[in-house]
Design a protein around this ligand. Structure first.
Ligand SMILES: [Zn+2]
Length: 218
């Protein structure tokens, strides 16, 4: 076990230094990999409910950054209902049908927020006007700010609304172009936030290989 430290600045401009014990190892790729000593989310915790407790484990940084982003969300929106967290990886990684990825502790499915603070107990397909894009993007933004997220997958139909929420938060044109594939089309090879079929009830977050995990395939 060793210590890992992550330093970054939150979207609100606050410098953060996260230090934690590190024991998990991500091995192989997200579509054909394993996870050694995965760090697992508790079945219940502040700000979230777990949808799939049998696959709630990830790398130390994936789990810590997820918890950090949820903490930021609760600080900004103290009255928010919990977010539904879907599949991460199994404690030892490997296949998690029906997912193709989620094998090496670097993938997390995160639910959307419903407007008017309506709590959700599961992923739910919501009409556009029934989605709280400000909260949904706020959570994405705090994950992206870590610099450790390499991809967010979400249906292209939701992207214009997320872009609008990002603009309201103060991101400028260059930052939006770096962050989002929209408006360049769902097949464009651009932006960290990309289209994936489905992905209307949740977004999928992929973390980078943790530094020092020699067996991790990006
Ligand atoms: Zn996923």
């Amino acid at each position: 076990m060793d210590r890992q430290e992550l330093a970054f600045t939150t979207p609100s401009g606050r410098p953060v230094r996260l230090a934690f014990d590190r024991r998990a190892r991500s091995v192989g790729g997200t579509h054909a990999g394993t996870l050694i000593d995965g760090r697992c989310l508790r079945p219940e915790g502040p700000g979230y409910v777990l949808r799939d407790p049998s696959a709630a484990c990830g790398t130390d940084e994936a789990v810590h950054l997820l918890m950090f982003a949820l903490g930021e969300l609760l600080r900004e929106f103290p009255d928010t209902p919990p977010v539904v967290i879907g599949t991460l990886s199994r404690p030892g990684g490997g296949p998690v049908p029906p997912h193709k990825s989620h094998q090496s502790g670097r993938d997390v499915d995160v639910g959307l927020f419903a407007s008017n603070g309506r709590p959700l107990g599961d992923f739910e397909e919501l009409d556009i006007e029934a989605i709280d894009f400000d909260k949904t993007f706020f959570l994405m933004a705090n994950l992206l700010a870590s610099g450790r997220v390499v991809r967010i997958l979400v249906n292209y139909a939701l992207q214009p609304h997320l872009v609008e929420a990002a603009g309201n938060m103060g991101y400028d044109e260059h930052q939006l172009a770096w962050m989002f594939q929209y408006p360049r089309g769902p097949k464009a090879d651009a932006g960290l936030v990309r289209h994936a079929p489905g992905h209307r009830r949740h977004f999928h977050v992929r973390f980078a290989c943790p530094e020092g995990d020699a067996g991790c395939v990006p």
